[in-house]
Design a protein. Structure first.
Length: 133
């Protein structure tokens, strides 16, 4: 008998091209992330969503299809293949997109929640916070 379990870890969530503590206003921003399957079951039909209730943020792309992630492997939001080691978060393909309005206070923090769900309805969430320039 071998116990089977699912375990998804989200080691990193990062904006592309800008530091997370200085996101510009009135600019289309991209956000990517790194995933690690720490369970011994493959995760299938993965979908990622990024949500915020901040009225100063307009989400342009808030849902991404990710496909599958084999047990013990890493992937990013736009990796073509899963690997045995962590990958860099980069590239604009299949990334979340949003704009921060000009009325957002400089130095203000914007809370988001990243949720990854699989085709069986299991999900993993991580709160993330970025700061306005």
């Amino acid at each position: 008998f071998e116990p089977l379990w699912k375990s998804l870890h989200i080691p990193a969530v990062e904006p592309l091209y800008y530091p997370s503590d200085a996101l510009p206003k009135r600019t289309q921003l991209g956000v990517g992330f790194l995933l690690q399957n720490k369970g011994n079951l493959d995760l299938k039909g993965l979908v990622a969503t990024l949500e915020t209730e901040d009225p100063n943020v307009t989400m342009l792309v808030d849902k991404l299809a990710l496909g599958s992630l084999s047990s013990g492997r890493y992937t990013t939001n736009n990796s073509r293949f899963a690997t045995t080691g962590p990958l860099a978060i980069r590239g604009g393909y299949n990334t979340f997109r949003f704009v921060i309005s000009d009325s957002a206070p400089s130095g203000g923090r914007i809370p988001f929640v990243l949720t990854i769900s699989d085709s069986n309805g299991d999900s993993w969430s991580l709160p993330v916070e970025f700061t306005v320039e």
